[in-house]
Design a binder for this molecule. Sequence first.
Ligand code: GSH
Length: 203
Amino acid sequence: MRRLYHCAEARSMRSLWLLNELGLEFELIELGFDMKKLRAPEYLAIHPLGRVPCLVDDDLVIFESGAICQYLCETYDDGTLHRAAGHPERAQWLQWVHYAETIAVHGASLVQQRVFVAPNERSEAVRNLESRRLGKALGVIDAHLADRDYLLKSGFSAADTGVGYSVHLAAKFIPLDPYARVVDYYARLQARPAFRASLSKSA
Ligand SMILES: N[C@@H](CCC(=O)N[C@@H](CS)C(=O)NCC(=O)O)C(=O)O
């Protein structure tokens, strides 16, 4: 029995996208960003902070999207999406799998300003700072894509599902046009059936 706990457009989209890329069967439990569901004792027993994603795979319970990415690739991939220990691009694969969070924390901070902070308590300074830092993090991807279509020269990998989600989130907050290669990269990712299958039904 495999089950993914998910909220639409949240970091759990990375795990959902990867499960779809891998073609694995799973049950999707949508918690709908509903704090009552995220903080329910039954869910806190699975994820102690009440966050998503969380993957249950038979007896295993694992949270953190980067860890879920590594686990799924190590356990179920044939080498297409994974770059295992010993692969020449192993270190770069790991770097980008985790760089995804460096981008996403700025997006998450902007989500908090928009969704969780009362309008009279929102900070323009925080919004400007996080938008600038988000842009800088995307600039690194833009420069990196100068000689390749995906993060790794060998082609699309699970690292692109992590970073790709972060680009998808960033696009909700800042214009991507200053990052022309990121715009093209995002378009390539959006064309993937597994990406489209992972979008929120209302997106
Ligand atoms: N580093 C974690 C972040 C998990 C996380 O904070 N997820 C957010 C959604 S993007 C969440 O569950 N938020 C609900 C909350 O803050 O209570 C990961 O990559 O899985």
